[in-house]
Ligand binder design. Sequence first.
Ligand SMILES: [Zn+2]
Length: 75
Amino acid sequence: MAGRHRKRPGLPVQIPQQRASRPVGMVDARTRVEHLVPDDVLATHRLNYLTRCGAVILAASLTEPGRSRCRECAR
Ligand SMILES: [Zn+2]
């Protein structure tokens, strides 16, 4: 029986690659302007987020449509 207990190669399971940080649109509750927040910042789950343009926003309801989009973030 020796030598017949070889391990079968495992199925190639790939760990999903981390996608590149993708900014998420977030409306500022005060100005109603939609800024882009990098998802790593979003992952901190705070009320205030540092946006792509450097503004710190107070997150509005996600159903809040917002009035306009931040031009600085869109660049
Ligand atoms: Zn912005």
